[in-house]
Write a protein that binds this ligand. Structure first.
Ligand SMILES: *[C@@H]1O[C@H](CO)[C@@H](O)[C@H](O)[C@H]1NC(C)=O
Ligand SMILES: *[C@@H]1O[C@H](CO)[C@@H](O)[C@H](O)[C@H]1NC(C)=O
Ligand SMILES: *[C@@H]1O[C@H](CO)[C@@H](O)[C@H](O)[C@H]1NC(C)=O
Ligand SMILES: *[C@@H]1O[C@H](CO)[C@@H](O)[C@H](O)[C@H]1NC(C)=O
Length: 362
């Protein structure tokens, strides 16, 4: 098994616990990773897993919802797509690994690493000095880079794109770090503060990278130079294409396929049968438009399903000491995308199937 399949096998074993492939993928690390890094293997795995979980959260109401099948298939047939969506998977996985390693370090989980105290005692700005425990992102960055980037062993444009997106993921952590401070001074006057840099919630990094996904740029390469087959020309063309793109931005090579429709060869389920949200009071604009995005714009209709949910209610405290509850049934309505031809609609179809557009999230 090539090292480039490693992250995918990591991801896979996390998604399919029933395969109990955990030990198997850790073993892969032991075989390919330097032995000294054995101590980090568990954190790397936990980190990659939190990346994928965050991916699923961020894309819960998108047509592409970070499915395992897509991640899996992409390496099985040796042809990995480099779409806008895979750019996000790379970035969030790399970020997850760096995040967990950094957190572990601050928690004292590793003997050879601790808080970043390089600035302690120095003046930071007006009225504050560096102190406390700054999260050691340099450590997290270094180790995660060695693990995650090592999975990319190609030298083609695809590998370059993946490496770029890995780095964009790691930079997202640096960009979202926050300064935290503590007041000192006579009776809490806060005349002087000590401050340190700390990691944000991982959710903030997910939100940040989702925006980067929406704004991802397509890498345009000089086709003629690429086709010449000359490896120097090839590398030159890749370098030129990259020169105009900031390291913080996500990039892709291929347009995304149509995520509305099922496509077995690409491992895509399509949106038929997906749940969407409607009518809730507290929905974000992105959620409120989910039925339109997943169903209507994919040529599907919205099917309403009522379900009875049994829950505890009217709980009373009895002396002493029990709580007794009643069982209440509540009817909840859920919405799903369903095929249109099941119900004859009077209006002539105004399908927009196959239409794809990237709506910016607000
Ligand atoms: C690192 O942190 C993760 C998540 O908090 C935890 O599951 C893992 O055990 C930690 N690793 C080590 C080596 O302590
Ligand atoms: C599946 O995707 C491939 C590649 O984009 C495309 O050529 C093929 O037509 C698609 N199949 C279906 C059933 O949409
Ligand atoms: C609605 O959402 C806001 C912000 O997300 C939250 O603070 C508030 O508690 C929510 N209200 C209800 C009724 O869920
Ligand atoms: C639906 O519209 C098409 C052309 O737009 C027309 O040929 C067809 O007869 C219409 N069908 C019905 C049932 O009105």
């Amino acid at each position: 098994m090539g090292p480039c399949q490693l992250l995918t096998s990591l991801v896979l074993c996390m998604c399919c616990h029933f395969l109990s492939s955990t030990a198997w993928s850790v073993n892969n690390f032991l075989m390919t990773g330097p032995k000294a890094y054995l101590i980090y293997a568990n954190s790397v795995q936990v980190g990659a897993q939190s990346g994928i979980q965050e991916c699923k959260h961020q894309f819960a109401w998108d047509r592409w919802n970070c499915p395992e099948t897509a991640l899996q298939l992409s390496t099985q047939n040796g042809v990995r797509g480099a779409t806008r969506e895979t750019s996000f998977v790379h970035a969030i996985s790399a970020a997850g690994v760096m995040y967990t390693l950094t957190k572990n370090c601050s928690m004292g989980d590793f003997e050879n690493c601790g808080c970043d105290d390089s600035k302690i005692g120095q003046m930071g700005g007006k009225g504050w000095v560096w102190g406390g425990c700054s999260d050691n992102v340099q450590f997290g960055e270094k180790i995660s880079k060695q693990f995650v980037d090592a999975l990319e062993n190609g030298h083609d444009s695809r590998a370059a794109v993946n490496l770029h997106n890995n780095e964009a993921g790691r930079l997202a952590i640096k960009a979202t770090m926050k300064r935290a401070c503590k007041c000192h001074g006579v009776s809490g006057s806060c005349s002087i503060q000590t401050c340190w840099m700390q990691l944000p919630d991982f959710r903030d990094i997910g939100n940040y990278l989702k925006v980067k996904h929406d704004q991802a740029q397509k890498l345009e390469m000089d086709r003629r130079r690429m086709r010449s087959g000359n490896s120097a020309d090839n590398r030159g063309a890749i370098a030129d294409a990259f020169s105009s793109i900031a390291r913080t931005e996500l990039i892709y090579l291929e347009e995304s396929p149509d995520y509305c429709t099922k496509n077995k060869s690409l491992g895509l389920q399509g949106t038929e049968g997906r749940e969407c949200l409607q009518g809730g009071k507290n929905l974000s604009q992105w959620e409120r438009r989910s039925c339109r995005r997943l169903c209507h714009e994919c040529g599907l209709r919205v099917e309403e399903r009522r379900m009875e949910v049994i829950s505890s209610c009217n709980c009373k405290f009895h002396w002493c000491c029990t709580v007794k509850c009643e069982r209440c049934t509540q009817v909840v309505t859920k919405y799903y995308c369903a095929r249109r031809d099941k119900v004859r609609r009077p209006q002539n179809s105004t399908r927009k199937s196959g239409k794809r557009h990237h709506v910016q999230r607000t």
